[in-house]
Design a protein around this ligand. Structure first.
Ligand code: PLP
Length: 365
């Protein structure tokens, strides 16, 4: 007798492997494996977080009122159409669970964020992946994958791990081609980093439809990955459905306080974005010069083609960098075994990263 058996789809669910946190070398670790913020959070957010220590005895505000208010003000949205959660992963997972189950299909793009597939499977739904074109989501392929069993379409825009994005016109075309019964979730975790005029994070679509939700996070540009705050903006009906099923205290009080303070420090956010663009483009140029070109990135990472597929070289480079305590992300789980995903770090970290790649290339020649 083995005891209780979980649902069969849970037994076969692959484990999500997060970015490495430990190196094997002696230098301090340079962690460029999880798309965290190079500059970290606003000092104001840290102060609010510390001050919250006085209130740890109390349950946090179940409705995250102050945080939702601050978000609505910052983005010009309706407070009643916002929900907060324990990171945007949790929000996207909950949305999938609310709308898809056994016999339903959840559609996303070929290299769409891996959590989408895992979330669909754990809800008992069938994951359906749509081919990409040049490592970019293809709206045509997504629409062609929609059947009468499709309940949810998940789009990370820009996408992780490719870093590419779908422009506003294509986003509109995707929504227009979907049946109104299908929920379109636009995961805009990296929205703050995108500077292109033809990009939009999805707010406008939410504003004029019943079947679109935009999700956002404090983990990337706001540098608060450790406290776990994400949020969603959707129609009143979707948000009401979400609230009906959510756990009572999804976001800790300290995380709510840090989030509110982070939103107020616009200068810090500007500094983060400014550093990111400059440093990302510098790393991209160096990697191109080393013969390991990146995909066009609108995010805080570069995904570089390090070798031919199937050669195993990307893993060898990664291990070489790990021996210098420089951690980057292998993408085998996506079938991109010849690519490495490299988060933008501080200038000094990026220089050490490029030194590491150069040393590896030097050993080959
Ligand atoms: C596309 C995308 N969505 C969501 C997340 C998760 O963010 P959070 O920390 O808010 O759960 C990530 C994190 O890597 C991501 O890349």
């Amino acid at each position: 007798m083995r005891g209780p058996e979980p649902r069969p789809e849970i037994t076969s669910l692959p484990l999500y492997v997060p970015g490495a946190t430990r190196g094997t070398g002696e230098d301090p670790v340079i962690k460029l494996s999880s798309n965290e913020s190079a500059l970290g959070p606003s000092p104001e957010a840290l102060r609010a977080y510390r001050e919250y220590a006085e209130k740890l005895r109390l349950y946090p505000d179940t409705g995250c009122h102050e945080l939702r208010h601050a978000l609505a003000e910052r983005h010009g949205l309706e407070t009643t159409q916002i929900v907060c959660g324990n990171g945007s992963d949790q929000v996207v997972h909950a949305l999938t669970l609310l709308y898809a189950g056994h016999g339903d299909e959840v559609v996303f793009s070929e290299n769409g964020f891996l959590r989408f597939k895992l979330g669909a499977i754990s809800c008992g739904a069938t994951p359906v992946s749509a081919k990409e074109v040049k490592h970019t989501t293809s709206v045509d392929a997504l629409l062609a994958s929609v059947t009468d069993r499709t309940k949810v379409v998940l789009l990370a825009n820009p996408n992780n791990p490719t870093g590419t994005y779908v422009p506003t016109g294509e986003l509109e075309r995707l929504w227009a081609g979907l049946p109104p019964t299908v929920l379109l979730v636009i995961d805009s975790a990296y929205a703050e980093f995108v500077e292109s005029a033809d990009y939009s994070s999805g707010e406008a679509l939410v504003g004029r439809s019943e079947n679109v939700v935009m999700t956002r996070t404090f983990s990337k540009a706001y540098g608060l990955a450790g406290v776990r705050v994400g949020w969603a903006y959707g129609s009143e009906r979707v948000i009401e459905t979400f609230n009906r099923a959510r756990l009572p205290f999804p976001v800790s009080g300290a995380a709510q306080a840090a989030g509110v303070a982070a939103l107020q420090d616009e200068a810090h956010l500007r500094a983060v974005i400014g550093h990111n663009t400059k440093a990302r483009d510098w790393v991209a140029e160096q990697m191109r010069d080393l013969g390991m070109p990146p995909l066009p990135s609108a995010t805080n990472f570069n995904t570089c083609r390090v070798s031919e597929p199937g050669s195993g070289l990307a893993r060898t480079v990664m291990e070489f960098l790990t021996s210098r305590n420089i951690l980057v992300r292998p993408l085998d789980a996506y079938g991109l075994d010849n690519y490495l995903r490299i988060t933008v770090g501080l200038d000094s970290e990026n220089e050490k990263l490029i030194d590491g790649f150069s040393a590896f290339v030097g050993r080959l020649s």
